[in-house]
Design a protein around this ligand. Structure first.
Ligand code: NI
Ligand code: MN
Length: 225
């Protein structure tokens, strides 16, 4: 299973003929590694409504016919935008596909779409290609990350570390300790001035104090999980 970092919190997971895109903020993203027009996902996942995650979801979904998974309030908005295949799950729920599944789990943050739809934000646990990937979404450090790590053996955690809008790199070390993933890919940092951080120090702190391996990807780089 291939993971491609597209910049900020956007990733693409590819296994066989299946391409899953998450949080496709590309237009207006100074670190975007692809344009919206270059992507051909089968499925698009959205952790919450903020513009730096919602991004290009509507034009990509309309062009490709991709299935969209979002929490129910945002799912309703996206159906109203004319996206044909929207799965309106909620926290704790799992959406099953023939290639795997997507589970919504809590994240401590806020969520309003560019169109004003207010909802609860989510993290997402994606089972694809025999691997379990946990995209934390935007979140603060919170204790139930340990519960999520107890329920799911996480192969790769995609962890926000930039601070200001989310937990910072220091809180993110504790988040990794609670979850216990095999590997960690940091994200949601260095996109804008308020979220600049020292990713090398994060890697050193995690690998010096937990059993997890940190893989730092520049936007556009791939990781084979
Ligand atoms: Ni956000
Ligand atoms: Mn964000």
């Amino acid at each position: 299973m291939d993971i491609r970092y597209l910049g900020h919190a956007a990733f693409e997971f590819t296994h066989g003929a299946t391409s899953v895109l998450i949080d496709p903020f590309l237009s207006g993203n100074p670190t975007a590694a692809a344009t919206a027009a270059e992507l051909h996902p089968n499925v698009i996942l959205l952790t919450h409504g903020h513009g730096d995650h919602y991004g290009d979801i509507v034009p990509i979904a309309k062009r490709t016919g991709a299935t969209v998974v979002a929490i129910t309030e945002i799912a309703g908005e996206l159906e109203g935008e004319g996206i044909a295949d929207v799965r309106n799950a909620n926290l704790g729920g799992t959406v099953a596909f023939d290639w795997g599944s997507v589970k919504l789990v809590p994240a401590w943050h806020t969520s309003t779409t560019p169109n004003g739809t207010v909802s609860t934000p989510a993290g997402m646990i994606i089972e694809i290609g025999g691997k379990t990937v946990y995209h934390l979404g935007d979140t603060a450090l919170f204790g139930d990350l340990e519960l999520i790590g107890r329920r799911h053996a996480i192969d790769v955690a995609l962890v926000c570390i930039g601070g200001y809008f989310t937990m910072d790199r220091h809180d993110a070390v504790e988040a990794v300790r609670l979850i216990g993933p095999r590997q960690v890919i940091p994200c949601h940092y260095d996109t804008f001035p308020p979220i600049q951080t020292d990713v090398g120090a994060f890697k050193a702190d995690v690998e010096g104090s937990t059993a997890s391996e940190v893989i730092v990807l520049a936007p556009g780089e791939h990781h084979s999980a």
